[in-house]
Structures are given as structure tokens and as C-alpha cells.
Design a protein. Structure first.
Lengths: 494, 483
């Protein structure tokens, strides 16, 4: 048992009541990291001295005035390495950014800090968040704590593992096509993809600017609601951030689902869902129905084109977003090149991994004159159709549920040789990014002892509904206290 | 037999906007003279994770310019990324506008050789400037390239002209009119040397009377009015020679060498950049409200041509005078203040254009910035017009006050420089002149008109310039009647 098994609300109560200190919490987190992360590989780097110093400041402050603090005060958290942290190396798990120490912090990091959250370090991910298994990191392999021969999911694999293995109370990830929800599902934690513009992207190293969103990964739905509440809202540094007021997410929890119309998209269930995953999904749907939700079959006919459109739009933006990584200011240098073209080629070939290069090439191709209309423009039209599908469906139902992924965590290396199979991992998650709507993955059960998440999609800025439904599933499943180690311990005890 | 060739020329002008801050961050837009890379922040350095936030003033200045150039302002506009690699471009793309610019379809009227020419403006759009590179001498021989990003992200307006110019000499005239308009609008400082105003040209040749366009050559690196005209004259001749020889003109980009006075091929059509434009996802498209546009239109200042016409007509000025006075709105305001203070408009114009302007030119300052306030010049002009001071003295006084900042009228009074119009005093001087120059007196009487000048000159010298020269001539004629 670790202090990190507690929910954030419980940690906050413990801090306020002086049951334990923030330093103890942070030390407990590092104990977990020291014990487990050698094998799990979630952290790229830790900032222990800084974190402990901050924690002792929090403890002093709490001693002076224990009340009136936000619930994140003194809580150990960690950030995916695509989020810039002032003074702390930030690499996006890419060699080309090795040694890059940002002189500024992402808005979400600043907001977490201003709430008193304590950063433990930076979390591994797929290089520039491109991948579904976390196998594309330039630096290390992250393993699924439930079965270390399996992937944690990607790209926010480190973020999911850190929470799942009780190494951090909450983490931030980023979701461009499912990169929060998928690893959350594979690792048995809650992960939120906010509506596009709900959370500032300033300081998030861009993958695909029109699709990226930062969101929390936590053990409980309430914890995610808390963290999202802390980071959401307009940011003057991000022109695409929404000016709409931030809903009270925590109030949505515990409202129940009675009277909610819950859509089940038939196209999603036709996507080759593994039987074990399907069983968990059906069970979750039954729970919701039993609690008074009305299940409605709905149709999202553009779904079959979404993946193709995504793999045109996202690479197009990648090819442009990653152009600044030109070796002039970051990266492995020019390797003695004698002209500019060779210099760029050397820096970018040495600096980028295979998947990143693949997507840059794809994106460069689809934006080239002569191909732009056939690919990029057509993909944008499909994107509009996908968004219209959801708009229509959300006029009929309050939210949509599906499995988060067709399968549970797959084995390391299993899909590496087949990019298309890897891309298909995101079939159920990426339409939400194309449409810019809200989504969450909540642990709903197990398939062969591997966690399985339920995805709840809500309308644009419909996060509160997602939390409401996810909280109901969480309550019914009653598994959030079961971590990968406690599950193992329980088995051993039998 | 040589055929008649006609040039088809269009100019592309880039003008840095005089905003306080850069286009997407809070760094200063005025970067000249600052230590390298000191005027930067994570946003204009293009650090990973940073995002642009649009400078509203830059949008407004672009719309103001577009309206002054008679452009349409569409209700919907967006920004696009122009992708290319170069070390002065920190993001690897330039935020610009591609298919939906802020404005379209305008025109500019300008004068050249007494003719009024109307040239179309294709579009005025907004983009960001790049940084600068520094080398030891020439880029091709330097062993290093140093990147300075102080300029990166400065708002830059691109004004694309239709290919409506037909002679190389129309290009500098067009550019001068455009430059003046931008300066009138307060959106650009007009400094071509420092590069805050830059000009590229497209030129092709066709047979006179033909409507078929020839291969287009883009000419770059022209940083003065003179080099623009010389470059285009050179290109005209080069292309005409090729065509005369039955050869083809290659579609390419050429650079003007001021040193060699030639254009040199830089990039062929095959090497043309593929910019892979696509909509900038970090900036939401802009909806340009009609009432916003109308407010900007209503606040437009009087533009150069309108001001010239008004000055000419309401003050009965000569065309040339009106042109000089309307060179800048500040100079025109100076002139109108002189008139307002009581000076006769035509006298005021003469004094401003001929005397004050010359002094200012010599000191490289603008009339509006000189140490003679309009009221003081008005008083001086009045004194001359009322024969209270001679023109010669007034001119010297003006030159002195220009330096010292003293009031001319006070200087005239304190030094006793007022013009002598007293008949008795002047008659005495005339007598002395006739006595001392008896030969000139006789010559005059013998019919040599020029001889009178020597006598007047004597009187003026004797009076140290104060004598009323008109009266002196009159008195001399009376004194030396011709039979």
C-alpha cells in the first residue's frame, strides 16, 4: 500500500488533516518510481530535488493555513514530455530535441503550478506524440504495468503508466487521435480528451495543431474532473482556445445518468471488436441502462473514412510543425555538411525516428501542388462530414459510448512491422479529434486480466456529460482501487 | 529589321508596418540598432510549443492601406503557412495569406512625365518578416552564417501590383506614389535603404500591339528608386536582345547587382520553390465586420493626390509647389499653418519651397521638424511682402534663424535690418552711386539697360542689402533720364 493509491481528493484531505505531509507524498511517489520505473520506463527524467523543495514549502504553508487550498496543493504530478517546462529539458521523446531546455512553461504547466501541484518529472511518449504503443520513443521502452510484455498504449504511454503504477497522482498527456484515451484504456486509468480549444495548447510541442488537446490522466473520474477544471479555460497565448466559461466538472459527478440518452454507434461496434472487449462494453451499457439511461442505436456513417482523412490532415500539419526542428538551433548538428541542404538532411535524418520521418514525408506529399486537392482538401471535406455526423447524433442523444479501442493492450513489437495495423488502433478514438468534441476513457473491466476502457464521447464542450456518464460506469465497475500490483497481490494471496 | 517591344511590368512591394509590437508576440517591431537576437521571445524564436496571437493593429493598418489603394475588403479572411527551409525562418514556415487575403482589386494613380497612370493593385495582404543573416563579406565566400532574429515576426504588408506598367521609368514613379501613400497613412517609414520598404519586379516583353505575354522574369535585390529603373532598363534590353536574336527568354528569378549594373540569374523555373501552402491551424480565420471597415475608411487621412489638388486649387499654387509641399502630410500641415498665421499663400509657398526646403534638404531634416515655427515664417513672409525687409536680407535671416532657432522678425528688429524705403536716404545713396560709377551712368543713359544693375548693386552694397531695390531702380531711372 502506497499513499499514491489514494485519490487526489483523499490525498488533499490527508494533507489538510496533517495525516501525512506533501514531502511524504512526494517521497512515496519517488519510492514507487525507484522501485518500478526501471522496468516500466515511464519517466524520461525526474526533478526530485526541486519537487521535494517545493513539497516542503507546501507543508510549511499548510501548517500556517491548512484551509482554503485547492485540492491540487502539494499533490505529486508529472507531465508528458511534449509539454514545455521552464528550466527542465523537454524532448518530445525525440533525439532532435535532446538538450532543449525551454525558457518558458506551457500554460497548462503554469496552471498546475499555480494550484500548488508538484511536478515529479517528464514522461515518456511516442516521438512527437506519434504512435499508439509508445514504441516510437527515441529513448526508452515504456511497458504496461499490467503485463510488462505488453505496450502501455500511446502516445501518452508514460502518462498512463505513471498513474496506473501509482508513481504520480495525476499526469497530463496530449491527445491528437486517441493518445490519452488509448493508453488510459490499456493501463486501466481515466483519461480525458477535452473539446478542441477547451485547454490551451501554448507550450504543447505541436503534433497536429488542429487536432491536439492536452488532458489529464488519473485514477478516478473525479480526479480528472479536478485536474481538467484546473487547466481548462481561455488562454491569451492560444488564439484557438475557447472563451466559453469552464463548466463545473466536479458537480457533474454523482448526478447519475437517469434520463440521459446514450447513443451506441453501430459503425463503431462493427470495427472488429475483440470479444473480451465487447463483453466489457456490453456490461457497461447494461449498467447505464440499469441506472436509468436510455440506450439508443445511432449511426456515424462517415466513420469508415475518418482514419484515412486523419492520416492526411495530421501528417500535413506534422510536415509543417516539425520544420522548425531544422538542426540550426536544436538537434544533432550538421555533421560536417558543406551546404545547407546536406546540413538539414543530416540533422533531420539523425534527429528524427522512422515513424516521424514517415509522417513528414506523407504530409509533404499531400500538401504538394497537384496533390493538395486530391488529398488535403478532400480530407478536410471528410473531416467536415465527420463533424456533421456527430452534430446530428448529438441532437438525438446526450453522449455516445463505445469501447476505447478494439482490443486490450497488445504485445510489444506486435504491430511495429505493420503501420496500418498500428494506425487502426485509433479507429474508435480519432473521429472525436477530427470533430473537436469531448471524450473520456474510463476503466470498465478486464479482458484476460488486462484493463479495458469505455469511451464516452460528448458534444463540443460537453465534458460535464462525459464525466457524469464515466462516473456512473466507474461506480458500477468499482475497480479503480485495483492497481496492477494490488491485482497481482490479490492473485498471489488466493 | 528591329521590332517594337513593349515591357509588361508589375511590382511586388513589401512594407514593414509601423506597429508597436511584432505580428504575433509582444517584442518590438522597431528592431534597428538593437544587439543581435535581443529583440526576441519564445514566440518569434519559433521555439517548440509556442503559438502566434494576431496583432490587431497590424490587421487594421493593412486594411487602412488597402482602403487607401481602393481595394475591396472581403468579409472573410484567413492566414496560411508558406513552408520553406531557410535559417532566417525560425519556424520553417512563414505565416502569410494565400487564397483569401485581407484585400483585393485596388488601384493606384500616379504621375510620370506629366501623364497620370492608373495601375491595378491585385491584393494587399499581411505576413510576417523573417530574420536576417550576417556573413563575412559575401554569403558565397563567408565561412559562417550568423542568424539574427530581431526582425523575425515583424508585420509585413505585401502589396502586389497588376502588370500594368509599360515602361521601366513607370516603376520608380509607381513606387514613389505608393511609398508616399504608405507614409501618409503612417503605416510605413518608407526607408528603402534599411529595407523597411522593399520592391521586387516582374517583367516580360511582348511585341507592341500584341496581347500575348512573354516569359516572366522576376527581378530582386533592388534597394533604391534608381536601381529599380536601371534593373528594369537592363532587363528590357537583355530580353529584347534575346528576342531579336530569335532566342527565348527563360522564366526565372534574377538578382540586380548594383555593383555590376546587371541582373544575374538566381533560380530557374524548374528550381522554383514548392511552398505547400495550407491554412494556418493556429490562427482562427477572421471575420472582418463591415462597420469596422467603415470606421477605418472614415478615419483615412487626405491622400497625396487629393492634397496636391486641394493645395493647388485653394491657394492658387503652381503644380510643382503643390507637389513639394504635399511631399509629406507634415510639410503640408506646416504650409497651411503659415497661411493660417496670415502669410499670403503664394508667398508662403515660395518661401517654403525655395528657401526653407533648401535649408532642410541641406540638413537632411523635414520642414515640419525645423526650428522655424510656422508663425515665425509667416511673419517673415509678411515683412517681405510689405517691403519692410528686403528679400536678400530675409533670406540670410532665415538661414541664421534656421540654425539658431531665433525668431526672424525679432532678429531683423534687433539688428536694424529693416528695409530702407525712405526716399531721402535712398536719394543720397543714388547720388553716391552715380558719382562713383559715372561710366555706368553714362552707359545706361546711352541705352545699355544692364548698366543700371551695377548702379543698383552699388546702392545695395552701400546699404548692406537693406535698401528697397525696387525703389532704388525707380530713383536711378528718374536720376538718369534718357533723352
Amino acid at each position: 500500500m502506497s499513499l499514491l493509491d489514494l485519490s487526489i481528493a483523499e490525498m488533499a484531505r490527508g494533507l489538510r488533516d496533517r495525516e501525512f505531509s506533501s514531502v511524504e507524498l512526494v517521497e512515496a511517489a519517488y519510492q514507487q518510481i525507484d522501485r518500478l520505473d526501471g522496468e516500466l520506463g515511464a519517466f524520461l527524467r525526474t526533478t526530485r530535488d526541486q519537487a521535494l523543495a517545493q513539497a516542503s514549502v507546501c507543508d510549511r504553508e499548510l501548517a500556517v493555513s491548512p484551509d482554503g487550498r485547492g485540492e491540487l496543493y502539494g499533490i505529486p504530478v508529472a507531465y508528458k514530455d511534449v509539454l514545455c517546462t521552464q528550466g527542465v529539458e523537454t524532448t518530445a521523446a525525440s533525439r532532435i530535441l535532446s538538450g532543449f531546455i525551454p525558457p518558458y512553461s506551457a500554460t497548462v504547466v503554469e496552471r498546475m503550478e499555480s494550484q500548488g501541484a508538484i511536478a515529479l518529472g517528464k514522461l515518456n511518449c511516442d516521438e512527437f506524440a506519434m504512435g499508439s504503443s509508445n514504441e516510437n520513443s527515441a529513448f526508452q521502452q515504456t511497458r504496461n504495468p499490467w503485463a510488462t510484455d505488453r505496450v502501455p498504449g500511446g502516445s501518452s504511454g508514460g502518462s498512463a503508466v505513471a498513474v496506473s503504477a501509482r508513481m504520480a497522482a495525476a499526469t497530463l498527456g496530449s491527445d491528437t487521435g486517441g493518445s490519452i484515451r488509448l493508453p488510459a484504456s490499456f493501463c486501466g486509468v481515466v483519461g480525458v480528451k477535452p473539446s478542441y480549444g477547451r485547454v490551451s495548447r501554448y507550450g504543447l510541442i505541436a503534433f497536429a495543431s488542429s487536432l491536439d488537446q492536452v488532458g489529464p490522466l488519473t485514477k478516478t473520474v473525479a480526479d480528472s474532473a479536478l485536474v481538467l477544471g484546473a487547466i481548462a479555460g481561455e488562454d491569451p497565448h492560444d488564439a484557438t482556445s475557447s472563451q466559453a466559461p469552464v463548466a463545473s466538472y466536479q458537480d457533474a459527478i454523482g448526478q447519475g445518468v437517469s434520463g440521459l440518452r446514450v447513443g451506441i454507434p453501430k459503425e463503431y461496434l462493427a470495427m472488429g471488436i475483440e470479444p473480451g472487449v465487447r463483453r466489457v462494453f456490453d456490461q457497461a451499457a447494461q449498467w447505464l441502462e440499469a441506472e436509468g439511461a436510455r440506450l439508443v442505436e445511432v449511426s456515424l456513417p462517415s466513420t469508415e473514412y475518418a482514419l484515412a482523412a486523419y492520416y492526411v490532415i495530421a501528417p500535413a500539419e506534422v510536415s509543417s510543425n516539425l520544420a522548425r526542428m531544422d538542426g540550426v538551433r536544436f538537434g544533432p548538428g550538421f555533421g560536417g555538411a558543406t551546404n545547407l541542404g546536406d546540413a538539414y538532411e543530416h540533422a533531420r535524418h539523425q534527429g528524427f525516428g522512422g515513424e516521424v520521418r514517415r509522417r513528414i514525408t506523407l504530409g509533404t506529399y499531400v500538401l504538394s501542388s497537384g496533390y493538395y486537392d486530391a488529398y488535403y482538401l478532400r480530407a478536410q471535406k471528410v473531416r467536415t462530414l465527420v463533424a456533421q455526423d456527430f452534430e446530428r447524433v448529438f441532437s438525438e442523444v446526450d453522449c455516445v459510448i463505445s469501447p476505447t479501442a478494439p482490443t486490450a493492450a497488445f504485445r510489444l513489437g506486435e504491430r511495429l512491422a505493420d503501420p496500418l495495423a498500428m494506425y487502426a488502433t485509433d479507429l474508435l478514438t480519432l473521429p472525436a479529434n477530427l470533430a473537436g468534441i469531448s471524450g473520456i476513457s474510463v476503466p470498465a473491466g478486464f479482458s484476460d486480466a488486462l484493463p479495458v476502457g469505455l469511451q464516452v464521447l460528448g458534444p463540443y464542450l460537453g465534458e460535464a456529460t462525459c464525466f457524469r456518464v464515466a462516473a456512473q460506469v466507474e461506480a458500477a465497475a468499482d475497480i479503480w482501487r485495483v492497481g496492477p500490483e494490488t491485482a497481482g497481490a490479490a492473485e498471489e494471496g488466493v | 529589321m528591329s521590332r517594337q517591344w513593349e515591357a509588361v511590368i508589375g511590382l511586388e512591394v513589401h512594407a514593414q508596418l509601423l506597429t508597436e509590437s511584432k505580428m504575433f508576440c509582444g517584442c518590438r517591431a522597431q528592431y534597428l540598432g538593437l544587439p543581435p537576437n535581443s529583440n526576441t521571445c519564445p514566440v518569434c524564436l519559433g521555439l517548440p510549443g509556442t503559438l502566434p496571437v494576431m496583432n490587431r493593429a497590424a490587421v487594421e493598418m493593412t486594411i487602412r492601406t488597402a482602403l487607401a489603394l481602393n481595394c475591396e475588403i472581403p468579409e472573410f479572411t484567413k492566414f496560411d503557412r508558406k513552408n520553406y527551409f531557410y535559417p532566417d525562418l525560425p519556424k520553417g514556415y512563414q505565416i502569410s495569406q494565400y487564397d483569401l487575403p485581407l484585400s483585393l482589386n485596388g488601384c493606384l494613380e500616379f504621375e510620370v512625365g506629366g501623364r497620370v497612370v492608373r495601375a491595378g493593385i491585385t491584393r494587399v495582404h499581411l505576413e510576417e518578416d523573417a530574420g536576417t543573416l550576417h556573413h563575412a563579406g559575401e554569403i558565397h565566400t563567408s565561412s559562417f552564417s550568423l542568424v539574427d532574429l530581431n526582425r523575425a515576426g515583424v508585420p509585413l504588408m505585401e502589396i502586389v501590383g497588376e502588370p500594368d506598367l509599360r515602361h521601366p521609368e513607370e516603376a520608380p514613379a509607381y513606387l514613389a506614389a505608393l511609398r508616399q501613400t504608405l507614409m501618409y497613412l503612417g503605416v510605413n517609414d518608407g526607408n528603402m535603404e534599411e529595407g523597411s520598404l522593399r520592391c521586387d519586379a516582374n517583367i516580360s516583353l511582348r511585341e507592341k500591339g500584341s496581347s500575348v505575354l512573354g516569359a516572366k522574369v522576376e527581378v530582386k535585390n533592388m534597394n533604391s528608386f534608381r536601381s529599380i529603373q536601371r534593373a528594369l532598363e537592363f532587363e528590357f534590353q537583355r530580353q529584347a536582345d534575346l528576342l531579336e536574336q530569335g532566342r527565348k527568354v527563360a522564366q526565372e528569378t534574377r538578382g540586380w547587382s548594383d555593383l555590376e549594373q546587371v541582373t544575374v540569374s538566381q533560380r530557374s523555373k524548374e528550381e522554383a520553390q514548392e511552398y505547400r501552402y495550407f491554412p494556418e491551424p493556429d490562427l482562427p480565420p477572421l471575420r472582418v465586420a463591415r462597420d469596422y471597415v467603415e470606421r477605418i475608411r472614415e478615419a483615412l487621412p487626405e491622400l497625396p493626390r487629393a492634397k496636391r489638388v486641394r493645395l493647388r486649387e485653394s491657394y492658387s499654387l503652381a503644380e510643382d509647389q503643390a507637389r513639394v509641399i504635399a511631399e509629406s502630410p507634415e510639410d503640408a500641415a506646416y504650409f497651411e499653418a503659415v497661411v493660417e498665421a496670415g502669410a499670403d499663400p503664394r508667398s508662403a509657398a515660395n518661401w517654403q519651397v525655395q528657401n526653407l526646403q533648401a535649408l532642410c534638404n541641406a540638413s537632411k531634416i523635414r520642414v515640419a521638424d525645423c526650428r522655424i515655427p510656422p508663425v515665425a515664417l509667416a511673419r517673415l513672409v509678411q515683412l517681405v511682402d510689405q517691403d519692410q525687409v528686403s528679400g536678400v536680407v530675409a533670406k540670410d535671416v532665415l538661414a541664421e534663424c534656421f540654425v539658431s532657432g531665433d525668431a526672424p522678425a525679432e532678429l531683423i528688429a534687433s539688428r536694424g535690418l529693416a528695409q530702407v524705403s525712405d526716399q531721402r536716404q535712398l536719394r543720397e545713396l543714388v547720388e553716391q552711386a552715380v558719382t562713383a560709377n559715372s561710366k555706368a551712368a553714362l552707359d545706361y543713359q546711352a541705352g545699355n539697360d544692364k548698366a543700371l544693375n551695377a548702379l543698383v548693386g552699388f546702392v545695395m552694397a552701400a546699404s548692406r542689402g537693406k535698401a528697397n531695390s525696387k525703389m532704388v531702380s525707380q530713383l536711378l531711372r528718374e536720376r538718369l533720364p534718357r533723352s
